[in-house]
Write a new protein. Sequence first.
Length: 135
Amino acid sequence: MEFFYDDQNSAVGSASGEPDDKEIRERIERVREMEAAMERLQKALSDDRPAREFSDAVRNDLARLDSYYRAEWIEDYEADERGEFPPDLKRGVLSQDGLYDLLAEAQERLDEERLIEERPDEERDTGEGPSSVIQ
C-alpha cells in the first residue's frame, strides 16, 4: 500500500484515496465526541430553560456542533455511508436532518431570548398575568 505524506513526513492516507486506520480512528472519535455534545444540547433544550441559563459547557457544545456541521459533518456522513464505522457506533449526529434541526432549534431559542432581552422593560412579560405584548 502506498501512502501520501504530510509536511511532517507522516502517512496521511493511501495513494488510492482510501483513509488509513489512523484517519478512521480519528473520525470515529470525532463522531463519538459530537454525539455526546448533541445529546447534552438535546437535554438542555428539552429542559425548557431559557437560553441565558445554558451552561458554558452547553454553549461550547453548541459552537462545536455548529462548526462540525459546517466543516466536517459531510466527511463523516460519507464515511458512514461507505461502511467505515463499526455497527455499534452511536451515530445520531450523522442523521440527515437530526443535527440541522437541533442547531435550528437552539438558534431559535437564542433568537427568542435575544428579542425578549431587547424589549424595553415595560413591554416584557413579568409573569404576573397575561403579557401586554401579545402578537
